[in-house]
Design a protein around this ligand. Structure first.
Ligand code: CAO
Length: 551
């Protein structure tokens, strides 16, 4: 048995940070990564995890103390073999933009190695994973450089995939890759070593020495990326949410050990009520939640109505024949979770109609030459976007969101429309901004560009947020119709199926008309059948005679 004196580790240069909670007392046995104390700066809270397992011998601080790196924390009796383990460093992150009020307790990461000493001519710098906006380890799905590659500042070094989306990590500066520290399939967090970069600068900058060690700065970067260090792009497949309810477990107030326990038990932390100070979720809360689930009681404060839903039994399909089981990608899981959330929270209704687009199609045909000259492909989609804006303007209830407080409805005075894009990685919904202010040509070009970016997994978070309404077009694929799921917190979505020529009675005879099958799903809390009928009437009028769009 040996005693290790633990001091407050590197907390990103923050000083005089308040101790808001001491999670242990003398005599407590702690496991590696169990929370020892919780600090709170004016920007965020951070948890200091135990670097090793042991027994708390004494505690050198109390709630309310102001501490900095190096302040004595506590003494831990530990097994001799573990004494040499380094103290792990806490990393705090910003809350996800969708839930600004939520607190984040990210996973700790091992303190990064010191960068190589600079030479007068060339410096080899150890480039670390910057703040990637999530506390969980994320998978390396692509290494975009090799040893010897000359890269420019901003070039993609690696592509990571979190449980939210994929993200590219850009080079902080130009240089030559001298060594790679990661490979495809590795799971890494902010602060992990990425690669060694030979640069021509005479000394590494402070920012490069500790990219993951400056939580306060990291928070600031979240809204205003540093011009010196390119920030990773973190596309979120989650549509923007009304504030107040944590949208994912990375946004709840819980420490690493609790998060690990929840992961092991398959528990969604957003559903677990926290009993600790400031509603922090503790291990006992997770265990209590599981017990309640097992006893088939409805756990308190469940966020959705999912708690009482009977589970689908796990089945060993191999008993029926050969199978091939593949892991779901993080993106796929995030998409599934968003769909599930929307499906559980939104009382859906879908209405159907056909729009007569015979004239629109003739007009589009006449534009083919122009389209070719402009290098743009003109499908019915940009016309649908314009017609939807006209309908949204006439029926503002469709350009709205229910407020999270359940007391208000928010009418938007901007017209951003999401388009569902079918990609090999799953369904993504980039958003075209200010559709009302753009021409059909501009919309055609922008939709094609965003769709391509989605397919290449190059969408940035901003390109997927802020939608007011969505269009999901399966027209080029086929099918008579479908019930799209509302992209909550939007209140309606238009499904578009394959155009067919139908015999339509014109009062004296049947004539062949090009009919576009439309399905309009909406949140029945915000809209009703009459609203949808009127919306369709406007939409079909616009699509039937697009000259009306200029009125
Ligand atoms: N009926 C018949 N043909 C249609 C059509 C329709 N409703 N909509 C488009 N087309 C035609 C286009 O005119 C184009 O024909 P040409 O090549 O002859 O010009 C062809 O289909 C291909 O169109 P496109 O896919 O390139 O372009 P788009 O603007 O129609 O769609 C995009 C773009 C990104 C929406 C689409 O590619 C896509 O990903 N759709 C799938 C969305 C999806 O999966 N939704 C399901 C969500 S619910 O799970």
């Amino acid at each position: 048995m040996a005693t290790q004196h633990l001091n407050v580790p590197d907390i990103g240069g923050a000083e005089n940070v308040e101790v808001i909670e001491i999670c242990v007392k003398p005599g407590d046995k702690v496991n590696k990564d169990d929370s020892l104390i919780v600090l709170e700066s004016d920007k965020a809270s951070m948890e200091i995890p135990a670097p090793v397992s042991g027994t708390v011998k004494s505690i050198q601080l109390k709630v309310g103390d102001k501490v900095s790196q190096g302040s004595p924390m506590l003494e831990l009796d530990i097994a001799g073999a573990e004494v040499s383990q380094p103290v792990e460093k806490p990393v705090e992150k910003k809350s996800a933009p969708v839930a600004p009020a939520a607190k984040v307790e990210p996973e700790p990461v091992v303190a990064p190695p010191a960068p190589t000493t600079a030479s007068a001519v060339a410096t080899v710098e150890n480039i670390l994973v910057p703040d990637i906006g999530t506390s969980d380890a994320v998978e390396v799905i692509e290494v975009s450089v090799t040893v010897g590659t000359q890269i420019a500042a901003g070039d993609t070094m690696v592509v990571l995939e979190s449980d939210k989306a994929s993200m590219e990590i850009p080079a902080p500066k130009a240089g030559i890759v001298r060594a790679l520290k990661i490979k495809v399939g590795d799971k890494i967090s902010s602060g992990a070593a990425l690669l060694d970069l030979e640069t021509t600068s005479s000394a590494p900058t402070a920012a490069q020495q500790t990219p993951a060690a400056a939580p306060v700065a990291a928070s600031a970067h979240a809204t205003a990326p540093s011009s010196e260090i390119p920030q990773p792009s973190l596309p979120s497949t989650a549509p923007s949410q009304p504030a107040a309810v944590p949208a994912s477990s990375s946004e709840v107030y819980a420490g690493p050990a609790v998060r690990r326990l929840a992961r092991e038990m398959g528990i969604d932390l957003t559903r677990v009520p926290g009993s600790g100070p400031k509603n922090r979720i503790q291990k006992d809360d997770v265990k209590r939640f599981v017990k309640e689930l097992m006893e088939n009681r409805s756990p308190a404060r469940a966020v959705t109505g999912g708690a009482g839903i009977p589970a689908v039994p796990a089945i060993d399909f191999a008993q029926f024949g050969p199978i091939d089981t593949q892991p779901l990608t993080g993106l796929h899981k995030a998409i599934a979770s968003n769909m599930h959330r929307a499906w559980l929270n939104v009382p859906h209704v879908t209405q159907w109609d056909d729009a007569d687009i015979t004239e629109l199609e003739s007009f589009r045909e006449t534009l083919k030459g122009d389209a070719e000259k402009r290098g743009v492909k003109l499908s019915p989609l940009p016309f649908l976007l314009k017609a939807c804006v006209a309908a949204l303007k006439m029926h503002p209830k469709f350009n709205a969101s229910l407020h999270a407080d359940g007391e208000h409805i928010v009418y938007k005075q901007y017209f951003h429309i999401g388009i569902a894009v079918d990609t090999p990685a799953g369904l993504m919904v980039p958003v075209l901004r200010d559709v009302d202010k753009k021409s059909v040509w501009e919309l055609a070009a922008e939709a094609a560009e965003l769709a391509q970016k989605a397919k290449d997994r190059k969408l940035k978070p901003a390109e997927m947020q802020g939608g007011c309404f969505s269009i999901s077009s399966l027209g080029n694929i086929g099918g008579l119709g479908f019930t799209p799921i509302v992209n909550t917190p939007e209140v309606a979505i238009l499904g578009v199926s394959k155009l067919t020529v139908k015999p339509i009675w014109n009062g004296s005879e049947f004539v062949p008309r090009k009919m576009l099958p439309l399905s309009l799903s909406y949140d029945h809390r915000a809209l009703n059948g009459g609203d949808a009928g009127r919306f369709f009437a406007t939409l079909n009028q616009m699509l039937g005679d697009i000259r009306r769009l200029v009125l």
